[in-house]
Design a protein around this ligand. Sequence first.
Ligand SMILES: Cc1cc2nc3c(=O)[nH]c(=O)nc-3n(C[C@H](O)[C@H](O)[C@H](O)COP(=O)(O)OP(=O)(O)OC[C@H]3O[C@@H](n4cnc5c(N)ncnc54)[C@H](O)[C@@H]3O)c2cc1C
Length: 551
Amino acid sequence: MSSDEEHLPLYKELYDVVIPDLDYFIRQIDCRDGCPVNTDPRGYMIALHAGNLLEGYKIARGPNPFASICGVICGAPCESTCRRDRVDKTLTIRAQKRYLDEWFGFGREAHIRSLEMSYARGSVHPEPNGLKVACIGAGVASLTCAHDLLRLGYAVDVYEMMRVPGGMLTYGVPTYRLKNDIAFNEIHAIEYLGAKIYYNMKVGRDITLNELDEKYDAIFIGVGLWKSRDLPIPGADGPDIIRGIEYLRVRCAEEKWKIGDDLIVVGGGNVAFDVARTSRRNGASKVTMICLESRDEQTADEFEIEDGLEEGIVIQNRLAPIAVERDSDGKVCGMRVQRISTLFDHNGRFAPQMIPDTQFVIPCNTVALAIGQAMDTTFLNGWKKKDQLVIDRGIIKTERGTGRTSVPKVYSGGDAGFGAALFITAIRHGQEAARTIDTDLRGAKPYQEFAGEFTELSPIRDKTYLKTKWALPSMQPAAERVHNENMVENNYTDEEAHQQSVRCLQCHVSPVFDGALCIKCNGCVDVCPTNCLKLVPIEKLNLDYGEALMR
Ligand SMILES: Cc1cc2nc3c(=O)[nH]c(=O)nc-3n(C[C@H](O)[C@H](O)[C@H](O)COP(=O)(O)OP(=O)(O)OC[C@H]3O[C@@H](n4cnc5c(N)ncnc54)[C@H](O)[C@@H]3O)c2cc1C
């Protein structure tokens, strides 16, 4: 025993006592905490387990007007925080949400009915408040902002440069992952609520921000990141070099982009996989991805990597692109690459270290770039206040939590305000901006996060909950799916969805000691596997602590 330990008291002087309230139990639900809009997967899994699918759907839909989209393609940060991961493998939260969504219906009628289930302030039939807001872009950030403001009685007009809404839902995510109709139907409900969307209206080209400034009380900028980043290496600036973001956009608009049969994709993230897998469906028999990162460092989701490998995509890690090689006619004939030893320095900064004398050429006839996104700043053209809007590192400088920009009454969010992220993050930004607009224009009180948003459900435990294995829904076989446009992942069957819901640990459940029954035998202390219990005399309790906290 060290001398320090010798002097430790057997008991602390006094043990602080806090009586847990509802908020405490809610905060134990890590999946809910992990979701940017605080969806409660634990709630809908208990409801699913109990066979109460309507209740489950309501819990899944409440925090978010794009619940159906999330069930299909959400990046699912809730799964990264799920505690079941510490036992064996995380819950299949996204897939169970899709099951509930499909049960309720993906059609227009269903989405219109779902408007009543929103947790957002206000109602489906609010009194008009006489204030008008313009949203630029019909992506999820703008449309969520519109949804929340419409419920408060605002009139909302959305200006969209394309001919259909959805932003990256429609023009980025390939249709083998998400059918456009799922997005269109969900957006139709927001139009039904009162959003007026003006299509083929590019702000900065067909209308200026000056005109919007004059006509509206507030403006939300949700223009996303609609350009691909360039790669500054020789040969990579020709018109025959495919830009990932633009390529996917054309593909989703059902037009064909000519590619060769032997393609190299530069990049290793999710968008690079969308480009690579789309190209397999678009006729490329050989697709090679070259990434700076090692397999472990790749930012793409694990399922994207696995699905891509199954579809025959070859991944070459730790390679830096050096030059696009062209033949005597100027046609692409290969990619010169060099091996790298490390990507980051000891401070975690991006600093690729080239290995000398390791250059070589990988033959190919098409090169696609998927190394990041950039903002198209056309929307600023002709605006008198253009110089007042601070653009920082390629995105609009936007205050976290409020969406305010450097120009009063101008707000931003989604990818344009905070950089490329997930749909669900952009949805949160839309909600935050709507709340701030309401505060700034009408002095509304800040939003109470938990008010009315938590469904208390009795725990329900099936004996198999620890034994049941993680399982995603079935998928189309790889050999078939590269030849069609059907969604790769199927929905759960009733039985599968029920089985998976049983795995939920129901983290809001905590042991509560009933003083009338406890015989102070110390048995619980003896058997507690994590030694987190202790019996102490009552005089060792600091009963004032909780009260002090409340003051
Ligand atoms: C290829 C790809 C796949 C993705 N897959 C997923 C996924 O599976 N899961 C996930 O969670 N996230 C995914 N993401 C991320 C997600 O798409 C974005 O985070 C999200 O779309 C951001 O929403 P937003 O509303 O900010 O912008 P966007 O969805 O990009 O919408 C911006 C809108 O603004 C419009 N616009 C732009 N400029 C103007 C202008 N001047 N005037 C009028 N309108 C204009 C555009 O046409 C567009 O409709 C993916 C992203 C990409 C690029």
